[in-house]
Design a binder for this molecule. Structure first.
Ligand SMILES: CC(C)(COP(=O)(O)OP(=O)(O)OC[C@H]1O[C@@H](n2cnc3c(N)ncnc32)[C@H](O)[C@@H]1OP(=O)(O)O)[C@@H](O)C(=O)NCCC(=O)NCCS
Length: 161
C-alpha cells in the first residue's frame, strides 16, 4: 500500500506536472499548459495546485480553479496520475474535494470530462460526482471542438456520505 500524501504543490513540482500531463496516451484525454501558463496559474490565488507523493516520489497532481470564489462554485480543472487504474486518482479527488469543502465555502465542485474517458468518469463517480449532461462543443482541443460531460458534487451530498 502506498504511503500517500496529498498536499499543496510548489513551483518546483511544475516539471512533474508538465511531464505527467504529457504522458503517452494522455494527449486526447487531458489538457496541457506550457511553463509560462503554469507559472502564472500557480501564483494566482484563484488556482490551487495539489501534488500526490508516495514517500518522496510524485505520483499525481490536481489543479483546482475558482478556489474560494464568491459564487461558491469551484472547478476541478485538471488531474492526472503517472500510473492510472490503481485507485490513486479517486484518492486524489477525494482528498482535494474534501480540502475544497473544508477550507472554502464552496457549495459545488464540478469538472468536465470527455465522455469517452471511461476510466476518469468511473473514478469521479466512485467519490460521488454525478453526471449532469453534455456541454456540446465546449472544448476546443487539439484543433477540434469536442463535447464534454459535466459532472459535479454538492457540499450537501459530500457531507452526507
Ligand atoms: C483520470 C485519472 C486521474 C483517474 O485516476 P485512476 O487512478 O486511473 O482512477 P481509479 O483507479 O481511481 O479508477 C479508475 C476506474 O476506471 C476503471 N478503469 C481502469 N482502466 C480502465 C480503462 N482502460 N477503461 C475503462 N475503465 C478503466 C477502473 O476499474 C476504475 O473503475 P471501477 O472502480 O468502477 O472499477 C487517471 O486515469 C489519469 O491520469 N488519466 C489520464 C489523464 C486523464 O484522463 N485525466 C482526466 C481528464 S478529465
Amino acid at each position: 500500500m502506498m504511503n500517500l500524501k496529498i498536499e499543496r504543490a510548489f513551483k518546483t513540482d511544475l516539471p512533474f506536472v508538465m511531464m505527467t500531463e504529457r504522458s503517452e496516451g494522455y494527449h486526447t484525454l487531458v489538457g496541457r499548459w506550457d511553463e509560462a501558463r503554469h507559472l502564472a496559474a500557480i501564483d494566482d490565488n484563484h488556482y490551487a495546485y495539489f501534488i500526490a507523493r508516495d514517500c518522496a516520489a510524485s505520483v499525481g497532481f490536481a489543479i483546482v480553479r475558482d478556489w474560494g470564489a464568491p459564487e461558491r462554485v469551484t472547478c476541478l480543472k485538471r488531474i492526472a496520475v503517472s500510473n492510472p487504474g490503481k485507485e490513486l486518482g479517486r484518492r486524489i479527488v477525494r482528498a482535494v474535494v474534501g480540502t475544497v469543502f473544508r477550507e472554502t465555502e464552496a457549495h459545488r465542485v464540478w469538472l468536465s470530462v470527455f465522455p469517452e474517458n471511461e476510466r476518469a468518469r468511473r473514478a469521479y463517480e466512485a467519490v460521488g460526482f454525478k453526471a449532469e449532461g453534455i456541454a456540446r462543443g465546449s472544448a476546443y482541443f487539439g484543433g477540434i471542438h469536442r463535447d464534454e460531460l459535466i459532472m459535479a458534487v454538492l457540499r450537501t451530498e459530500w457531507t452526507a456520505v
